[in-house]
Design a protein around this ligand. Structure first.
Ligand SMILES: Cc1ncc(COP(=O)(O)O)c(C=O)c1O
Length: 385
């Protein structure tokens, strides 16, 4: 099998070609000269004050509501927020409701914590919230009552779905009625190409059990390991009581605060223009090469295209053929809460050079055709039905 990773669509990351090298260098120079004394201290549970203010501004400019920087805690990526929240709110055997298809990192963390994951299906409007009440009734008010609902509202990973405004409102209403916290993971919220975006859950409601998490990984670079948690005081304290790392990386936070001192939007928009081009290359490539055998998402943001292929594809063969051709993707099973081998794959396009996208999609389409065990037309009408 070839070891080459020529067409590497496996892992979601940003575009190295637009990484603002000189601006980050200048920001590092200024931040270190100014803040060397603070860097010699432990940062504490909330973290770098200016970066928290910059992120509060990012949130309130996007959402049009006030966000208190003192309710934001900087984290080692949003993944730390995912894990800490689950550690604080659950014990082994406890239940959490989440999308049946969701981020593999979260699935791994919840599994390690012994969480009983109860899934709801996803369609192009996000989690099927109309099924939530029945699910909660089934789980009851006793031991199996969910400790929280975890949801990827905007540019869902892996499907790219955006939860509709009515579903957002309904989700909050149900959670409030039943007194269940909602964990909103919005790490792709600003990786936005076109169209309107409904507000984040916290901006739609004063329900005080909405726990929000976001990241710098998807608008700047995952290597910064910077994300944040935003929650109302009581829940924030409860979650941070589980924090024993003396705070996050202050140096990285100081550099990024300096980089974004005038706001996050100019750099984010520059990145997004390049990402939109890549996303279009993927979907145009699929339309040209695979329209008879596949269905796929065409997301208005995020870093992924979610591809459905026929049930009769031999998934082991597909993996083997693509690997031999140097083409790598993430298997659908990685995103299924029970690890089911669903007939889907995820293409992460953010870091892939445009030419590799142009050349790679026909390779994938060819491998899918070669992995089929029949010539029947696919038995699906679209990505979700
Ligand atoms: C939905 C979701 N949440 C959280 C993360 C973790 O991101 P990070 O820890 O880099 O902020 C990811 C990364 O891919 C993700 O897709």
């Amino acid at each position: 099998m070839s070891e080459a990773r020529k067409f590497d669509f496996a892992v979601g990351r940003t575009n190295p070609a637009t990484f603002p090298i000189e601006r980050v260098q200048r920001a590092a120079h200024a931040a270190i000269a100014r803040e060397f004394a603070e860097i010699t201290e432990y940062p504490g549970r909330l973290g770098h004050p200016s970066l928290r203010q910059v992120m509060a501004r990012r949130e309130s400019e996007r959402e049009g509501v006030a966000v208190d920087a003192d309710l934001i805690s900087l984290m080692n990526g949003s993944m730390q927020a995912v894990t800490l929240t689950a550690e604080a709110l659950t014990k082994p055997g406890d239940t959490v409701v989440l999308e049946e298809l969701t981020y593999g990192g979260t699935i791994g963390a919840y599994r390690t914590l012994g969480i009983d994951m109860q899934g709801l299906p996803v369609d192009e409007d996000g989690m099927k919230v109309e099924l939530l009440e029945a699910k909660l009734d089934e789980l009851g008010e006793g031991e199996r009552k969910p400790k929280f609902i975890y949801v990827l509202t905007t540019y869902q990973n892996p499907t790219g779905a955006m939860m509709s405004l009515p579903r957002r409102r309904r989700l909050i209403d149900i959670a409030r009625e039943r007194d269940i916290p909602v964990v909103e993971d919005n790490c792709y919220g600003d990786v936005h190409f076109d169209g309107d975006k409904p507000p984040s859950l916290y901006a739609l409601s004063d329900y005080d059990k909405i726990i929000y998490m976001c990241s710098l990984s998807k608008i700047l670079a995952p290597g910064m390991r910077l994300g944040y948690l935003y929650a109302q005081q009581e829940l924030l304290d409860r979650i941070l009581s589980r924090r024993h790392d003396a705070g996050g990386n202050y140096l990285a936070a100081a550099i990024v605060a300096e980089l974004y001192r005038d706001g996050v939007w100019d750099l984010t928009e520059e990145l997004n223009v390049s990402l939109a081009t890549k996303k279009n290359l993927v979907v145009d490539g699929l339309a040209a090469e695979a329209a008879d055998v596949c269905a796929w998402s065409n997301p208005a943001g995020g870093l992924f295209v979610w591809v459905r292929f026929p049930e009769d594809v031999d998934q082991d063969k597909l993996l083997q053929l693509t690997a031999e051709a140097g083409f790598h993707y993430a298997q659908g099973a990685n995103f299924h809460i029970a690890g089911e081998r669903v007939p889907y794959l995820r293409l992460a396009f953010g870091h892939v050079p445009d030419d590799d996208i142009r050349d790679g999609i026909p390779v994938l389409a060819h491998c899918i055709r070669q992995s089929r065990t029949s010539n029947l037309p696919p038995a699906f009408a679209g990505l979700f039905d």
